[in-house]
Structures are given as C-alpha cells and as structure tokens.
Ligand binder design. Sequence first.
Ligand code: ZN
Length: 138
Amino acid sequence: MKLSEITPDTSCPCSSGVLFSDCCGKFITTKQHPPTAESLMRSRYTAYAIGEIEYLTRTLPLMDRKKFDRAGAKIWSEQSEWLGLEVIEVKENSPVHATVEFKAKFKIGDEEHLHHEKSRFEKQMDRWFLIDGKILNE
Ligand SMILES: [Zn+2]
C-alpha cells in the first residue's frame, strides 16, 4: 500500500483497529509528533508499510540520520507485503527512556517472515526518537 492509496476509510496498517487518519497518519502526514514511544514505534511500522522512507529518517536523532540506509529501507519496504504488527511489551524506564518489543509480520513473494525486535527510544527536546533495536529470536 502507498500513501496515495489511503482513503478516509483505510484502517491503520499498524493493526490498531483505528483509521489511519486517527492513528499513525497524524504523525506521518502532519508535523504532529508521537506522544509516546509506542505510538512512535507504530508509526514507524506504518511508514515501512506505506513506503514513507522520509518519515523513518526524521524519527531518528539528528546525528543518526546520515548513516541510515534509506535505499535498503526502501527496498525492504517495497518488496514486502506488510501483514500486521503486534506490540508485545512497552517499558518506560524513565520519563525519557522506553523500550518497545514488537513483532512485525510481512511477506516477500510467497514467504512469510516475522521481524521480532526490542527497540530503544529516547525523548529529546520533548520528542521521541528511535535510538536502536535488538533483533530477537522467535
Ligand atoms: Zn497506526
């Protein structure tokens, strides 16, 4: 799915059960920032699902943006059919540090894949950013 294919009735790709425009769309298509680490994580998943690579870049801290592999992210985004997201656990370790463990399901060709990751987020200047992520096994 592409951003241009989204209509007012489209459910959010992040599996929240809410319309895109009331969920991740608020953050991807406007300048509004996700208020929590979980909403940032969800909107990043949705950005992969609809190919909004610029959004993936701007949710990284400034110093990490240059080394972000945009081309790789674009290929992963476009090759995959994004099947859904499951947030396993959200931990707020301090007012400005949080971890979100999640499973993202996607399909490349006929093969289904599961991406299981625990990501670290940090709030800088009142805005959440993705710091890094650890891939977990099944
Ligand atoms: Zn969403």
